[in-house]
Design a protein around this ligand. Structure first.
Ligand code: SF4
Length: 244
């Protein structure tokens, strides 16, 4: 018993001070992309259709798997993890375009969810990577509960739907049924490239190309999988707990 207490004291406070203090991501982290104007060297194509030469060069962060197999000289990844948005179009990055962030929910929803926001998660055919990085947020290192955000077992007890995976044909009905079981008002989060538009499975007949083909989405969190910092940034921004 004394050994356990001594060990706990020695470990100290383990939860990240974020958002009170900024996060330092490792250099190899692939975050917000800087897109160069399209040129001859950008002839090769992205294997997942995330990059196009249209409008002088465009990267769709919703489709991007951050694999770094980009056409030569087109994209440079920064270590900025703040990628979540509330408007799907804001995931399109052009040379010199504005870096958009998730916007706060309307005041009436913030009043309801600001101190207690419960999600029911639906894994709609994903590989478990997005689920794993979502689960990390509930560990001592991130302690999502300190913001009043938790995952619950029943949609009847939830304020929102949290979706991972490309939404396979077989999961589409379950997703819709879960959405309908959550009382109004409710919000929907699409976590990861698959949930945003099918990820590497886009346009295959067995998937529905993401959540917003079935239910409306309030928060898009890009990445394959998104880093926990990216997820937390999006959640705190819609609750207006991070500004700027
Ligand atoms: S990182 Fe991968 S998915 Fe994203 S644009 Fe480059 S090649 Fe395409």
């Amino acid at each position: 018993m004394f050994r356990a207490i001594a060990s706990r004291i020695k470990q100290g406070h383990r939860t990240t001070p974020y958002p009170a203090a900024p996060l330092q991501m490792p250099e190899r982290f692939r975050g917000y992309p800087l897109v160069s104007p399209a040129n001859e060297a950008s002839e090769a194509t992205c294997p997942y259709g995330a990059y196009s030469k249209e409008s002088g060069g465009c990267l769709d962060m919703g489709k991007c798997l951050f694999c770094a197999e980009c056409p030569v000289g087109t994209i440079q990844f920064t270590t900025d993890y703040q990628l979540a948005v509330t408007n799907r179009d804001h995931l399109l990055v052009h040379p010199g375009s504005e870096h958009h962030h998730a916007r706060p929910l309307p005041p009436d929803l913030r009043r309801l969810f600001g101190r207690s926001l419960k999600f029911r998660e639906v894994s709609a055919g994903g590989c478990n990577a997005c689920e794993a990085d979502t689960n990390v947020l509930s560990t001592i290192g991130w302690d999502l509960g300190r913001f009043g955000i938790q995952f619950v077992a029943s949609p009847r007890h939830a304020d929102g739907l949290w979706v991972t995976g490309p939404v396979t044909e077989h999961m589409a009905k379950a997703l819709l049924t879960t959405y309908e079981a959550i009382p109004d008002p409710k919000i929907v989060v699409a976590c990861g490239a698959c949930a945003i538009n099918g990820g590497p499975y886009i346009d295959t007949p067995q998937v529905c190309n993401g959540v917003d083909s079935i239910v409306p989405v309030d928060l898009y969190i890009p990445g394959c999988p998104p880093h926990p910092a990216t997820i937390l940034d999006g959640l705190l921004r819609i609750l207006n707990k991070i500004k700027g």
